[in-house]
Every structure is written in C-alpha cells, then in structure tokens.
Design a protein around this ligand. Structure first.
Ligand code: NAP
Length: 307
C-alpha cells in the first residue's frame, strides 16, 4: 500500500464509495479509510425503493455492487481507525492505528450513527431486547409484541417491517405529527396490528435478563403508563460521526460539518460528503450525489494546483 494519494476518503459508505468512483474516473489515486465494514447506514435497509431507476434492491446488494465498482477501478481500502488529521502542511497527513498516509485532498464521509434515548435500561438491555436496527433484529421477535420509538421515516418504515412478523407493534412518538413521508404514515395508520401512542416518551426500559416492559410518560399531562413488550426498537434519528475533525473544520451546533452544495468545508482541500454534512435531505441519492460533487471538486482543485 502506498503512503501518498491524491485523495483520502474517510468512510466506505454510499457517499465515500461514490466519491471514490468519481475520483478514480477523474484519474486520481484514492485511499479509503474504514474503521468498521464497508456499507454504512444503508446496510440496515432491507429494501431500497426510492433510488432513481432502481425498482428495488437490498442495502447489502447495493453496497456490494458499489464497493466492487470502486475497488475494481483501483480504490485502495484500509480497515484502520484514523487517530489524527494534520492539516498544517499543504500535503495533509492522516495517522491511523495502522500507519500514516498523506494526501493532497481529503473527503470526509463518515456518516452518522444512531441517537440514543438516554433512559435507564437502554444501555443495560442493549442487545437483549433494545435494538437500533429493526432489519437486523426484527426476526428474533416473530409472533411477539414489540415497541418502536420515533416519528421519522426510519421509525415508521421499521414499524411496517416489524408488523409483518410480530404479533403487534406499538409506535411511541413524543408528538402527534410525523416527520415521515405521508405515504408511509398512511400505511402505518392502515396497518391493523400497529398501535400509535402519540405524546409519549420512554422513561425507562425494564427487564431482568431481557426487555419486558417500557415505562412511558405522557408529554402533555406527565401521566405514566407501562407497556409489556419483548423489544424496544429505537429509531430517534442520527448523530454525525465526526469528532476526529472537530476544530479542523467548521461544524454547526448539532455537530454536522458545515458545507454547501459544493461540499467544500472551511478548510482548504477538505471536502465533506453524505450524512455528516449540513443538509436538509439525508437520503441514499443525496449521499451518492455528494460523493460525486466532492470528488469532482477535489479533482478540479488538484488539476488547477490550488489544493
Ligand atoms: P429523523 O427524521 O431525524 O426522526 C427522528 C424522530 O425521532 C423524530 O420524529 C423525533 O421527534 C424523534 N426523536 C428524536 N429524539 C428523540 C428522543 N430523545 N426521544 C423521543 N423521540 C425522539 O430520523 P430518521 O427517521 O432516522 O431519519 C433520518 C434521515 O434519513 C431523515 O432525513 C429521513 O428522511 C431519512 N430516511 C429516509 C428514508 C426513506 O426515504 N425511505 C428512510 C429512512 C430514513 P420529533 O419529530 O418530535 O423531533
């Protein structure tokens, strides 16, 4: 493996792999640093049905093909944990637990991770009924009563997914309006074995060795109720995964890296793509688009010698 590249991409999710494809086709040398496995968030999606011109594909198959595309074009991939980024010199240096690499440009595509509720029992019962991935864990609760928390696309799509196999699904949301697409909200409302509990938060998750109950609190009158459940699926949004870059590039108050549609951060030669960027629509198609834009902008800077 080389030590010098035109571009180092942080993250082998949809944004990072799309950036790699565009950078390689622009003739750049590319190193992708990935601290887990390639794929990112979309691996949790059983069925993608809103990517233009693809009627339906699983998240796994989508990433498998995209990864093949990037690596067959020549992307180098290092499964290493980045520890330090030094932007003080023109050639940027990234130190990982496996070595040190230099690049003219960086593309930050580290994505986001599941937000936690922060209530008692959540951490203690994680993996024993508390789950952040209905697609991964839903099958364990076939024929059981389960809960899901949240009011966005993930929570409502997961509620539908779970209701196919679970006996009942209770959807717990802190308001009575949903962020999810209307078509999904309508489908949830029409599903017989889904009960919507609006105006409730989860105060505690109880159980000895596995989840048995969720203690809920009404956001209007403070009253409590207890729901017997075999699992609590938590789908309350995402938090950006980019602490490594704090202080190096401008971030907003929620921790997202500030950049416009050109994917340029506040640091010269450093671009950001996908869910970790400030943006209003976090979708597969916008992650892929960001990757393309970031790579094309990086290639333009390199070609002009202004990195
Ligand atoms: P999201 O849209 O940010 O929704 C998070 C939900 O969790 C909100 O309803 C929020 O309530 C609630 N919430 C946040 N913190 C909470 C807390 N501490 N306690 C209780 N509830 C809490 O997150 P998401 O559903 O994971 O989606 C993330 C992004 O991916 C979105 O842009 C979404 O559109 C996109 N996505 C798209 C698709 C698709 O197009 N098919 C599928 C999945 C995800 P409030 O509403 O009250 O703030």
């Amino acid at each position: 493996m080389n030590n010098e590249y035109d571009v180092i991409i942080f993250g082998a999710g949809t944004a990072g792999l799309s950036a790699a494809v565009y950078a390689l086709r622009a003739g750049l040398s590319v190193l992708i640093l990935e601290n887990k496995v390639q794929g990112g968030q979309i691996l949790n999606t059983p069925q993608i049905e809103n990517y233009p011109a693809i009627l339906a594909i699983s998240g796994f198959a989508f990433i498998e093909t995209l990864f093949k595309q990037a690596t067959e074009l020549g992307a180098q991939v290092a499964y290493e944990q980045p520890l330090k980024v030094d932007l003080s010199k023109r050639m940027k240096t990234v130190t990982t637990d496996g070595g040190a690499y230099q690049a003219k440009t960086l593309i930050l595509a580290t994505g986001a991770s599941h937000r936690k509720l922060g209530c008692p029992g959540e951490e203690e019962l994680a993996g024993r009924g508390v789950s952040y991935c209905a697609t991964c864990d839903g099958a364990f609760y076939r024929g059981k009563d389960v809960c899901i928390v949240g009011g966005g696309n993930t929570a409502l799509e997961d509620a539908l997914f779970l209701s196919n196999n679970c006996s009942s699904v209770t959807l717990i949301h802190r308001r009575d309006e949903f962020r999810a697409h209307k078509v999904t909200v309508d489908a949830v409302k029409a599903r017989e074995n889904i009960t919507i509990l609006p105006f409730y938060t989860v105060e505690e998750i109880k159980g000895d060795s596995k989840v048995e109950q969720a203690v809920l609190q009404n956001t209007k009158d403070g009253s409590q109720r207890v729901v017997n459940t075999a699992a609590v699926f938590i789908a309350v949004g995402l938090a950006p995964e980019n602490e490594l870059f704090r202080g190096l590039v401008q971030m907003d108050e929620a921790g997202y890296i500030v950049a416009g549609e050109d994917c340029r951060t506040s640091a010269k030669g450093v671009f950001v793509a996908g869910d970790t960027r400030t943006k209003s629509v976090r979708q597969l198609v916008t992650a892929a688009a960001d990757g393309a834009v970031a790579a094309v902008e990086a290639a333009g800077d390199i070609n002009q010698g202004i990195w």
